[in-house]
Design a protein around this ligand. Sequence first.
Ligand code: CP3
Length: 343
Amino acid sequence: MTKTILRALAGETQSVPPIWMMRQAGRYLPEYRATREKAGDFLSLCYNPELAAEVTLQPIRRYGFDAAILFADILLLPQALGADLWFVKGEGPRLSTVTSEQDFIDLKPVRSIDDTLSPVYETVKILSRELPDDVTLIGFAGAPWTVATYMIAGKGTPDQGPAHALKDGNRALFEQLLGKITEGTIEYLSRQIEAGAEVVKIFDSWAGSLKGADFDRYAIEPARIITETLKRRHPGVPVIAFPRQAGEKYVGFHAATGADCVAVDDSVSPEWVASNVQPSGCVQGNLASSHMVTGGQTLVDETRKIVEALRGGPHIFNLGHGITPNADPENVKLMIDTVRSMG
Ligand code: CP3
């Protein structure tokens, strides 16, 4: 096995960690903005296989990352399940909401998601042909809880209040919705793997707002079901789980879900991750994305600290969350050069 990302996911400790970056195809890159302009809006870009493949490849050409992540969005699945979806400039996503039994009944069946999502699988096919041999192709989906927070509120929310309200007010409906998203996610990720994704990542951006038993039921359990089913259908395809802001709940997440790698955000120190999470398997992370804006010696020092702290076990270098549009592309290069100079 030559691909460095796959070696890390198989549990190999490497002298230099492989590296990629969440939102590596994004607005901080002038070539992304140009292609997006050509596509029209963001969703048109997601559903245009040629252009979506093009923006996926841009950061690979510019920086030589070890992995490419499919260009798409976690909210395409709710759209495929029948939610209206649009993006408001400067504000983010908007969706029609699911808050009543009738809203739930009105959703489309899981078996019809491919009617909407087949262009995404076409993007994966193009990429698996066009990517350099040493670059790993990562597919992804949102975790059921995070996707549900958007479907219930109809937008991003600072505290996921509407989703918590439905969970606590009508648990049966909430669990039905979560179950349907879980099934849809399994099918969506299966199709991505069949089209050529070599690894899949489950983004649970709002896992941190689930406390106590809710974390076990709605962050761990869906990730376990998705991972277990995918591994039965597609043996050997590794899964990266990202229960963002899980804090002490990162401990034991590999074992509880069967994920090959747990991605960690920058609210936990790399030393803590080395002692408490990495002994259970590969970890990914966790430089604060703010360094991509500020750069300089602090970026170099913080990057080195992470590599040093995690070099005793399997590690994939990444940010703690997605890169922001105001980042300087030069700082990304500085991060990569710093990591790769540490062999
Ligand atoms: O990482 C990558 O480069 C792959 C593509 C990718 C996107 N979104 C492209 C995107 C991935 C993996 C995502 C995941 C995603 N999408 C998450 C989970 C990860 C996270 O960031 O917490 C979430 C919560 C979403 C939902 C979403 N999509 C929001 C809230 C927004 C608006 C916020 C913003 O940054 O404007 C998006 C839009 C989005 N998704 C953009 C990109 C490149 C910006 C769209 C643009 O070009 O205007």
